[in-house]
Design a protein around this ligand. Sequence first.
Ligand code: C2E
Ligand code: CA
Ligand code: CA
Ligand code: CA
Length: 275
Amino acid sequence: AKAQGRGTYRIFAPEMDEHLRARLEMEADLRQALAAGQFELAYQPIFQLAQARLSGFEALLRWTHPRRGTVCPGLFIPLAEETGLIVEIGAWVLRRACEDIAGQPGELKVAINISPVQLAFGGIVETVGEVLRATGLDPGRLELEITETTLFADNQRNLDVLRRLRLLGVRIVLDDFGTGYSSLSHLRLFPLDKIKIDRSFVQEMPHRADSAAIVDALAALALRLGMTTTAEGIETAEQLDVVRRAGCTEGQGYYLGRPRPLQQALAEAGAAAGP
Ligand code: C2E
Ligand code: CA
Ligand code: CA
Ligand code: CA
């Protein structure tokens, strides 16, 4: 029933209009969200596995839409990227997260997600430098998470940006490792401090010997290359057990703590004795 030419197109046209309208509406709302104070950060704890100690938090963006309620980043981040709004929103995330964590005693770290668009066009090195100066946060407490696909798409340029970021003293984390098509030689080519092992591996590990073997080898390789590893998406005690035995440095996931507003995240992570 698909190949019927123009007639079919007319049948689908109203639907496409609907889709486009919804998109344009969300885009218009997104443009105002920052000024209207509709963004907030949720903080998810990251624990050091060997010492069972809180290492810091990953800052995750939340948008409370006046009519739709909480919109998850999987829905609006792509739109923010297509429209370029992510540059301004991402700068807000950086500043807010650094302010929040600079206000906390101790050596707690904060990890922030950096979009490919920020990396390519956003003047990211300047923005990070400004935010560090303005908030007074020790650069060693700031981690920038960049996905595998982003990083290796434009080798030479990204390599340069990463080196300049590293000169500021911040740490670079390779996010979602294992979901893209990077080769191991990339790990050597780029100045990385940490690898985040994607949750798909973590969740398969208890049932699949091959996934467990890969994570095991990767954790060892990372250490040999002077990097650490974080296992993400830990949802059960069993998964926590296997990633710990695999030698991952840190762990993160619903089992250890969900993303929460800062004060609640601090209280929950402090109240629990750790993993
Ligand atoms: P991500 O960087 O891989 O972040 C981890 C996502 O996994 C978060 O989803 C988190 O809530 C979720 N998660 C944590 N533990 C578990 C678990 O045990 N099980 C499961 N199933 N999920 C878990 P969230 O907050 O919806 O964020 C989705 C993605 O949106 C993030 O993936 C990141 O790529 C992007 N994102 C979030 N905040 C920002 C931001 O400020 N800037 C940019 N550029 N991207 C962001
Ligand atoms: Ca991340
Ligand atoms: Ca991730
Ligand atoms: Ca992800």
